[in-house]
Ligand binder design. Structure first.
Ligand code: AMP
Ligand code: GLY
Length: 421
């Protein structure tokens, strides 16, 4: 089979390496991929949001199955467009991807179907939003309605901060159209848990849980990033929490989407917070998380491509989705300065024995030399029977990857270890 994977980050690299394990796969193209993937697939310089060019490429190259990994092409309707030309694709159609594409949609969905989430108000005009903030409980959380490259959420610790966040979205249009509507919601506290789940709209099979580390620096300090490391499983996700999530959140979400005529197929990402009142949804993503995927897929013992195709065909109930009992850790190595200004173009060297455990995100080939080309450069992973062993191994592998101006967090997984299971 000829497979096309849309996207170009560490998540896509992890998906590609896993898909490669299927013996029927003869060729994988990544659009656009990145220079660090050259041993695993052929990278084609087509932008992940160029729907027409991707469809034309898929047709011209007789692609058997496409995997759409990032949020924006899903929200733009790439899966619909591929289906129209007869190419089956992994991921939700646009009408279901809206669960991530619009926070107003997802909040209203949860309210309508009684799915636990933070209390909220929606505003389409600046003046009522500012008036509401005069008396809203502080801290409060301001969210741009649409996609905002993961930056559309502001936790405001003071009333002034909240007002300036709303102004930056609604008056200064910091996130363009995405900020035309804002959600102002209750600030929740508790440990966060990420759960990715395969679904064909009828059956839902959760993957192993994981924990992200969003802040740039040790001790959860510094700016929010796309994620500086992950561990799986998440110790807070006990069997009892898992049971409640399935009953109160996962299945109700699938049913709600069906009832709305927006059947969700693909990978649904539940960003959860374990509050004193039980698990609540912080956000939905319509896709695999990055860097959650880099710790979840290595633990998958079933065939990824078979599962993906079953979500498209509606046969997930007959599909084996089994995970290893051990743990996996991923440490992101980034360019100094990220998530703000950073330099690029430094040579990357990776010891051959750790290469299978490295998922490359921001790198490009310059002849035969791999050079840094992004904020998050790559993720180094390790699987082991326990989280402690996985972390030790992952950090020892980090020592075998070199590039100038690098930084990484030294405390990935420490919170999970302290939570102590
Ligand atoms: P998101 O972009 O929706 O993933 O939000 C980014 C981060 O903001 C989440 O991972 C949480 O840590 C935090 N967050 C979002 N919503 C809330 C909330 N209602 N209460 C507390 N923290 C939140
Ligand atoms: N790691 C969070 C995300 O993929 O949105």
């Amino acid at each position: 089979m000829k497979i096309l994977v849309v996207g170009g980050g560490g998540r896509e690299h992890a998906i590609i390496k896993k898909i490669k394990e299927n013996k029927t796969v003869e060729k994988i193209y990544a659009l656009p991929g990145n220079g660090g993937m050259k041993d695993d697939c052929e990278c084609v310089p087509i932008c992940a949001t160029d729907i027409d060019a991707i469809v034309a490429f898929a047709v011209a190259n007789a692609i058997d199955y496409a995997v759409v990994a990032p949020d924006d092409p899903l929200v733009l309707g790439l899966v619909n467009a591929l289906e129209k030309v007869g190419i089956p694709a992994f991921g939700p159609r646009a009408e279901a991807a809206i669960i991530e594409g619009s926070k107003v949609f997802s909040k209203n969905l949860m309210k309508k179907y009684g799915i636990p989430t933070a209390r909220y108000e929606v505003f389409t005009d600046l003046a009522p939003a500012l008036a509401y903030l005069e008396t809203a409980p502080i801290p409060t959380v301001i969210k741009a309605d649409g996609l905002a490259l993961g930056k559309g959420v502001i936790i405001a610790m003071t009333r002034e901060e909240a007002k300036s966040a709303v102004r930056s979205m609604m008056e200064e249009h910091l996130f363009g159209k995405s900020g035309e509507r804002v959600v102002i919601e209750e600030f929740l506290t508790g440990p966060e848990i990420s759960v990715l789940a395969f679904t064909d709209g009828r059956t839902l099979k959760p993957m192993v849980s994981s924990m992200d580390h969003k802040r740039a620096h040790d001790g959860d300090t510094g700016l929010n990033t796309g994620g500086m490391g992950t561990v799986a499983p998440n110790p807070y996700y006990t069997p009892e929490v898992a049971r409640r999530c399935m009953e109160e959140i996962f299945l109700p979400t699938i049913h709600a989407m069906n009832a709305e005529g927006r059947t969700f197929r693909g990978c649904l990402y539940f960003g959860l917070m374990l509050t004193a009142d039980g698990p609540k949804v912080i956000e939905y993503n319509c896709r695999f998380g990055d860097p959650e995927t880099q710790v979840v897929l290595p633990l998958l013992r079933s065939d990824l491509l078979t599962i993906m195709m079953a979500t498209t065909n509606g046969t997930l109930d007959m599909c084996d989705v089994t995970f290893a009992d051990g743990a996996c850790a991923c440490v992101i190595m980034a360019s100094e300065g990220y998530p703000e200004k950073y330099e690029k173009g430094y040579e990357i060297t990776i010891a051959p024995e750790v290469l299978p455990y490295v998922y490359v995100a921001g790198a490009k080939l310059d002849g035969d030399i791999l050079r840094t080309n992004g904020g998050r450069v790559l993720g180094v992973t390790a699987e082991a029977p326990t989280l402690k062993e996985a972390l030790t191994l992952a950090y020892s592998r980090v020592g075998q990857v070199h590039f100038a101006n690098q930084f990484y967090r030294h405390d990935i997984g420490e919170r999970a270890l302290k939570a102590g299971r």
